[in-house]
Design a protein around this ligand. Sequence first.
Ligand code: FPP
Length: 243
Amino acid sequence: MTGKPEQADRAGPCHVAVIMDGNGRWAQMRGRPRLFGHHAGARRVREIVEACPANGVKYLTIFAFSTENWKRTQTEVAGLMKLFRRYIQSEARDLHASGVRVRFIGDRVKLEAKLVTLMDELELLTSGNDRVHLTVAINYGGRDEVTRAAKRLAYEVEQGRLSHKDVDAETLSRFLDTHVLPDPDLVIRTSGEARISNFLLWQSAYSEYEFVDTLWPDFSAEEFGKVIQSYTRRERRYGGVKA
Ligand code: FPP
């Protein structure tokens, strides 16, 4: 969706997106391999998902693997793919029982077939849930997403189903992976880095950002709650002036 996020300013954020950064450093500080940090990071995901309803968060979108992350070593990439598979297998039942609707965004073409099958199955299993909407970005990049959307849009024009005159922000956003989601109200990045790193570029046009120093495996539900609280004190104007 494009334009104003679902909920007005002063209220809590309806949609929170998280760049879960710092797993590698967390592991390094303990003299352990980077994958050890990713496993610790995966354990935090559950805690933050569970903390959403109490904080008024209906949509949570997390950045698990970017289109640039393929540049990491083969060991790390393969370890992450295996972790995603295991995570889906071990968490599916509990996520479903907790009323979590899971979606995946990103380009699935490059992902291994067995992972894609698990992703499809989890989306289907949880498709009737509405307590929390968890979206996991895997092989996701904002530029890649907009490029894929533009390609599909161009194809519709080529086929005569759309005219170039119909192309506006609203039309383009219907071709994005996130077309069923509201725009994020708040984007959190852990680990002290202050970058967007190609995450939800289109959708975060008016999002608030919060950069916290905590490494993702140490990011607790309590700290999540504090970040949400501090958001409610912000004033959002969407390019306008104070009311
Ligand atoms: C960034 O930390 C983190 C990632 C690229 C992977 C995120 C994955 C998880 C949190 C684990 C599992 C997620 C799910 C949904 C099961 P980094 O490796 O770049 O850390 P660094 O900056 O300290 O090196």
